[in-house]
Design a protein around this ligand. Structure first.
Ligand code: NAD
Length: 447
């Protein structure tokens, strides 16, 4: 019960980005005493005030409410948090290394090191970051080496499957809870921590460390495969005069296939899928499993080729060159309902057209600030209408609902040459054409 503070588990969440801030707020809402630790002082300062420094639906409300109860606080003092907590979640980033496909493990190593060195009593360290298979075993050895004498520190892996845009709900109602390498003591503690989602029906999969690490990256690889598969088929559709959206709907009626992740278009991006499949490709090669690596490489290449394809379509729509042409871009985030522009296909295409001399005006309902920080030289509009106004071509690059709901005739009236490239397969060609647009889409029949 929350009125028995001495019995309350003290939880530290190391790394308070998209994953960690959500996890920390969710753990506090389940009644635990939580401290979120980050090396980024600005982030911590904002979170301490109950403000989420990025856009994630529902998180601001949850987090500010939990900060107000006093159960959730944030700090840059990793040593104090490590000394105090009973359970330590590692939620730091594992980005792609520069100049390599491999994951950069400096942050997880630093986090494990600082937790282990500062422990004062028995503790459970729970890795949640996405890591290449084999990492957890190395971190376990590191923790054993660094933990003070007489302190029992156990490291387990509990990969996270949340989706940005649905992070709060996914954290509180996970599809499954995977726990790798747990002793009976650790497994019991985690069942206590996740008692609410388990009671609500979340299945628990207990396995060894490498299986847990691989479940996460395989899930992402499978989703990426679905997207690149439909994009490969979309190219065949284009060549053969077929319509990939009708095809995908028909495929999706087969429950073995399912309709989700079969939207042909600009492909996947973000802070997870691209770097995770590349890290798995790299790790598979290290392990000598070349076929798996080759499959993942093809998936990555198909995905990246979609961006080139959209740039080419925009160039064609502009009459062969985008130089000084006005390109209206709808969307900068890597997907709707987030402000995340890490490896965003939308921002990537906008930037490439800008570098080729186009006058690119971008509108995104939530990601304008993050996009501006990444690409300050692009112009940013404050509405979709402003991005469309006077354009030679409009590109729908992120499928925000407000773009799909916009009145196509009203938008068409804003430019003398209404040309739309739907790179997300979400607009109806008939409806757009009836509203006066010259319309093109990936894997769709040309007019
Ligand atoms: P992020 O970049 O938003 O957050 C990472 C945070 O870790 C940053 O705030 C950074 O300052 C902090 N950090 C780095 N080193 C630190 C240290 N030594 N001590 C304390 N803080 C430190 O990244 P994210 O999207 O939250 O992803 C984190 C991990 O979770 C990655 O491995 C990612 O693959 C995985 N993951 C992310 C998602 C997602 O949708 N974002 C979903 C599942 C898994």
């Amino acid at each position: 019960g929350t009125d028995e503070p001495t019995a309350r588990r003290r939880v530290a969440v190391v790394g308070t980005g998209y994953l960690g801030a959500t996890h920390a707020a969710a753990m506090a809402s389940l009644g635990f005493d939580v401290v979120g630790v980050d090396t980024d002082e600005n982030k911590v300062r904002s979170l301490e005030l109950g403000k989420v420094p990025f856009f994630e639906p529902g998180l601001a409300e949850l987090l500010s409410a939990q900060v107000a109860t006093g159960r959730l606080r944030f700090s840059t003092d990793a040593a104090a948090a490590a000394a105090d907590a009973d359970i330590h979640f590692i939620c730091v980033g594992t980005p792609q290394q520069r100049g390599s496909h491999a994951a950069d493990l400096r942050f997880v190593e630093a986090a494990a090191r600082s937790i282990a060195e500062n422990l004062t009593h028995d503790a459970l360290i729970v890795g949640k970051s996405t890591v290449p298979v084999g990492t957890a075993a190395r971190l376990r050895a590191l923790v054993a080496e660094l933990a003070p004498a007489g302190v029992r520190a156990e490291l387990v892996w509990n990969p996270e499957f949340l989706r940005e845009g649905k992070a709060v709900d996914d954290t509180l109602h996970p599809d499954r809870i995977v726990v790798g390498g747990a002793s009976p003591w650790a497994a019991g503690l985690l069942r206590e921590l996740y008692a609410a989602p388990i009671a609500a029906g979340a299945p628990v999969v207990e396995c060894d460390l490498p299986t847990a690490e691989l479940v996460k990256v395989s899930a992402n690889a499978f989703l990426a495969t679905k997207i690149s598969f439909i994009n490969a088929i979309a190219s065949v559709c284009e060549a053969a005069g077929a319509d990939v959206t009708v095809l995908a709907d028909a495929l999706g009626h087969d429950p073995r296939i399912g309709r989700q992740f079969l939207d042909a278009g600009l492909g996947f991006g973000g802070g997870c899928l691209p770097k995770d499949i590349r890290a798995l490709m790299h790790r598979a090669r290290e392990l000598g499993v070349h076929r798996a690596a080759g499959l993942l490489q093809e998936i990555d290449e198909i995905n990246m080729a979609q961006r080139e394809r959209v740039i080419e379509m925009a160039t064609t729509a502009c009459g062969g060159s985008v130089l000084n042409r006005r390109v209206g871009v709808l969307g900068a985030a890597f997907k709707p309902r987030t402000d995340d522009v890490r490896d965003s296909p939308a921002l990537n295409v906008a930037a490439a057209l800008h570098l080729r001399g186009a006058q690119v005006t971008v509108f995104d309902p939530e990601a304008a600030d993050t996009a501006r920080r990444t690409f300050p030289t692009l112009s940013y509009a404050s509405s979709a209408a402003e991005a469309v106004e006077g354009s030679d071509v409009v590109l729908l690059l992120t499928e925000w609902q407000e773009f799909l709901d916009a009145d196509p005739a009203a938008l068409a009236g804003l430019t003398p040459t209404p040309r739309m490239i739907d790179a997300r397969g979400k607009l109806s060609p008939e409806r757009m054409r009836a509203a006066g647009w010259e319309f093109a889409g990936l894997g769709r029949v040309a007019a």
